[in-house]
Design a protein around this ligand. Structure first.
Ligand SMILES: Cc1ncc(COP(=O)(O)O)c(C=O)c1O
Length: 395
């Protein structure tokens, strides 16, 4: 699909320069149409009714498991729907059968959603310890030796991001997974900034769990996914209707995965919309998206450096996603974002981006963050860079 032509599917782009896709992506018209189609043509609950609307809704919903498996590897039963990446991570925290004396290993660059659930487990003595591996450089690179010396036979889970939502760098997930597995630990991958941005196959990465948000990959809000490799037993801690085969006064039998993992009525329209988002991303081509984001990141980095900004994360674009965080001397990040909007209708994010420990390591209270998706172009970047240049001069 032609990237420039695809921009027409995102009407919001007519009114603003949207560079906040790491927070949530825009939604293209075909995804909106598919979501609405559910409400207009076959709105019904799934798995519960015998009538034609219920049957169509169930089929459309269930097809999305196959689409997920085609897009991210593994098989359809390895996926279940959540409301976002955060919920998916929490389900692992609450659902794993924690062994006595177990520890969890994570990194200092994680989003709070992949940090707080493990802190809570340690605080409540469910696990013995949360161990945090720090990057060896300000651009967020890690030493595999640090993982090797931190993960031990008591490590039950290694929970790492695949791509930082602040630094825009990528982690060597496959190597870390290999180290973890050699020591008997499971791996949870926070794929929130990977999904839809570059080719990602959870089965070939070898991870045991992966969590991501549909709303960051063109799907409606309120959608997320937990991937759970079929290699070991895991059950969602949530129980209720929609997942049982039989219940008596003193017993219950759950349906097989994935239906047996999803308690209650899910976000049916959102999930069906996510199926359309996966179709759309497949048409666009995720390898092309990766390349386009890299080029846009390169142009943003060059422009920001010219404007005298302090840039966080790697400058080498071969290491980059479309996420670029920065600060301007003498001016608060929130003010930079406000001014970028006022001056040029450029929408960027500011603050700590739910990564306060990382910002503490960077010695910054917060940062401004521009994050591109394939629907951005060089003209967007030019407007952004010019706005930042003007703000830097005023500051
Ligand atoms: C790396 C990373 N993990 C987790 C999340 C949480 O995503 P959600 O708010 O959709 O649960 C985000 C959101 O920004 C993220 O960037």
């Amino acid at each position: 699909m032609d990237f420039e032509k695809a921009r027409a599917d995102f009407p919001i782009l007519k009114s603003v320069v949207y560079l906040d896709s790491a927070a949530t992506s825009l939604t293209p018209e075909p995804v909106l149409a598919k979501t609405l189609e559910y409400y207009r043509e076959y709105r019904a609950n799934i798995h519960r009714g015998a009538h034609r609307l219920a049957e169509r809704a169930t089929n459309e919903y269930e097809e999305v498991y196959d689409k997920l498996a085609r897009f991210f590897g593994g098989s359809a039963k390895d996926y279940f729907h959540t409301k976002n990446a955060t919920e998916a991570i929490n389900l692992v925290a609450l659902g794993l059968d924690w062994k006595k004396g177990a520890n969890v290993v994570t990194t200092a660059i994680e989003h709070h959603s992949n940090f707080l659930p493990w802190m809570r487990l340690a605080e409540r003595s469910v696990i013995e310890e949360l161990r945090v591996v720090k990057p060896i450089s300000a651009v967020g690179s890690f030493s595999l030796d640090d993982f090797a010396s931190t993960i031990d036979s008591k490590t039950q889970l290694v929970a790492i991001t695949g791509a930082s939502n602040v630094l825009g760098n990528r982690l060597p997930v496959q190597q870390i997974t290999k180290l973890a597995h050699e020591r008997g630990a499971l791996v949870l991958l926070d794929a929130a900034q990977m999904a839809g941005h570059f080719p990602t196959d959870f089965a070939s990465l070898g991870v045991d769990f992966a969590a991501f948000s549909g709303h960051k990959m063109l799907a409606p809000t309120g959608t997320g996914v937990l991937y759970h490799s079929g290699k070991f037993k895991f059950q969602s801690p949530m129980l209720g209707g929609g997942m049982v085969r039989a219940v008596s006064l003193d017993n219950y039998e759950l349906m097989p995965a994935p239906a047996g993992e999803e308690a209650g009525t899910p976000n049916i329209s959102g999930v069906i919309g996510m199926g359309a988002a996966l179709d759309y991303l497949t048409k666009v081509g995720v390898a092309g998206i990766e390349e386009r984001e890299r080029k846009l990141a390169g142009s943003m980095l060059a422009g920001l450096c010219d404007a005298g900004a302090q840039v966080y994360g790697p400058l080498d674009v071969s290491q980059k996603t479309g996420v670029v965080s920065f600060n301007l001397k003498g001016i608060e990040a929130h003010k930079v974002a406000l001014m970028a909007d006022e001056l040029s209708r450029v929408c960027i994010r500011s603050g700590h981006h739910c990564a306060m420990p990382l910002h503490a390591l960077l010695g910054a209270k917060g940062s401004a963050r521009a994050s591109a998706h394939f629907y951005n172009n060089e003209a967007d970047v030019k407007t952004f860079v010019e706005a930042i240049g003007k703000i830097a001069q005023i500051a």
